[in-house]
Write a protein that binds this ligand. Structure first.
Ligand code: ARG
Length: 466
């Protein structure tokens, strides 16, 4: 049995953990990506230690210099990570102390418990900003496709059955709305997580007079007025993972939206729909069937939503039985958060690119939208305008539809006589109901799919996204 002796085990322990224990407990294989946040936290902490007289200025300067050197090496890929030192916090601190003796003072009044809480808050703060940017890019791609095809009408579906006509732009803008809310939820999450936990120590703060405000300011944990934001309960601060759950939850909901968009696109590229065509570069072939062109990006986007939802469930399950305060179980949080962040960002990016390389098949859309049944409800509205109660109008038009079916002709090919055989007071203008252009113009209220309203929404989104 080979024994290591990591820095955290000095004194109390006769030797280091067994190798298999070290392998089982390490997190350096995944938490090393927190290195820049960990170093930023250490720098701020060191400066504060000068302010309370624990570190001399020269010692602090040495520490800052040492940390910068280490940061450079990590950035260049030359830093040697040691699994026997467990995690990113100990790897950096141990190496710093090897180079700079004053490094041994850096952990004063600090625990890896508040350190990891800090690192994850800093990491997510940046991650959310990049994700929000990626969401806007996907929204722009959707708006772009909508703008290019502003005049194209398709059937809108309920129960995946043709329902009423909509502009394809209206359909695409529905997703822009969803992603707008996703973006808002992530920004709310960022706002709430932007609170500094440092100073909470392992569980109960410190007997030293730490200046927490100073650290918080240094690390940008401030409100709109520049006032430092501090966690208010040290026990909560070291075991709170709400902000990770919020992130994973907002991301899971976004992944669901992505998945629905993907599903629509998969339907739309099928021969049966043929509403859109994805450029060859963004599709894949079949190894067996030479004719195939598959929407694999969309399928994977749909599939990956499963793991993002799973990450949220894992995280909640991880937390639900934990007694206060820090428990090592919490180390399992990071991979779920990282995987969620990586998955949604990669998916957002490739979907945006795919949509930029997608064309709408205007002819197939027009043919599908020409189905007069899509305007059956408009015919009922016509009767309502003539004074008939809607329930009765619904019934009358239902009979008209059945008549057309029996006669084997499209609804708009029925003669006035045939219409009158169902309801004698139909007039010639009833047949005008089936003019698609006029029908679309009529849908004028906020949120409805008239050309004018959609133009307004496109303008509004353009403005918001540019
Ligand atoms: N690697 C640990 C984690 O990710 C850091 C905190 C460890 N704290 C401790 N007391 N063992 O949660």
């Amino acid at each position: 049995m080979k024994n290591h002796k990591p820095v955290s085990r000095s004194g109390r322990f006769a030797g280091g953990p067994a190798e298999d224990v070290a392998q089982f407990t390490e997190s350096i294989s995944f938490d090393r990506r927190l290195w820049s946040q960990d170093i930023a936290g250490s720098k701020a902490h060191a400066k504060m230690l000068v302010a309370i007289g624990v570190l001399k200025q020269e010692e602090c300067d040495e520490i800052l210099g040492g940390l910068e050197e280490i940061a450079k090496e990590i950035g260049a890929g030359t830093f040697i990570w040691k699994p026997e030192l467990e995690d990113v916090h100990m790897n950096i601190e141990a190496e710093l102390t090897r180079r700079v003796p004053a490094g041994a003072k850096l952990h004063t009044s600090r625990s890896r418990n508040d350190q990891v809480a800090l690192d994850m808050r800093l990491w997510l703060r940046e991650e959310i900003e990049s994700t929000v940017t990626e969401i806007a890019e996907l929204q722009r791609a959707l708006v772009g496709l909508a703008e290019k095809n502003a005049a194209v009408v398709i059937p809108g579906y309920t129960h995946l059955q043709r329902a009423q006509p909509v502009f394809i732009a209206h359909h695409l803008l529905a997703y822009v709305e969803m992603f707008g809310r996703d973006s808002g939820r992530l920004r709310d999450c960022r706002e709430r997580l932007n609170v500094c936990p440092l100073g909470s120590g392992a569980i109960a703060g410190s007997t030293l007079p730490l200046k927490r405000e100073l650290v918080a300011r240094e690390l940008g944990f401030v409100d709109a007025d520049g006032k430092p934001k501090l966690t208010q309960n040290s026990m909560d601060a070291v075991s709170d993972r709400d902000f990770m759950v919020e992130f994973c939850s907002a991301a899971a909901l976004m992944a669901v939206h992505i998945s629905r968009l993907a599903e629509d696109l998969i339907l739309w590229v099928s021969t049966e729909f043929s509403f859109v065509k994805i450029a060859d570069a963004y599709t894949t072939g079949s190894s067996l069937m030479p004719q195939k062109k598959n929407p694999d990006i969309a399928e994977l986007a749909r599939g990956k939503s499963g793991r993002v939802i799973g990450n949220l469930v894992s995280l909640l399950t991880l937390l639900k039985g934990l007694p206060m305060t820090y428990n090592r179980d919490l180390q399992e949080d990071k991979e779920r958060v990282f995987d969620t962040a990586d998955t949604v960002r990669r998916t957002l990016r490739i979907l945006a690119a795919m949509l930029q390389n997608t064309k709408v098949n205007a002819e197939t859309c027009a043919a599908a939208a020409a189905d007069p049944l899509l305007l059956a409800t408009d015919l009922a509205d016509y009767l309502v305008l003539k004074g008939m109660p809607f329930r009765q109008a619904h019934h009358v038009v239902g009979e008209v539809v059945a008549l057309a079916e029996r006669a084997g002709k499209p609804l708009d090919r029925l003669t006035l006589t045939e219409l009158r055989s169902v309801y004698p007071r139909f007039q010639r203008d009833a047949l005008k109901t089936f003019d698609l252009k006029t029908a679309m113009q009529r849908r004028t209220m906020t949120g409805a799919p008239s050309e004018k309203e959609i133009e307004r929404q496109l303008r509004m989104w353009r403005q918001q996204l540019d």
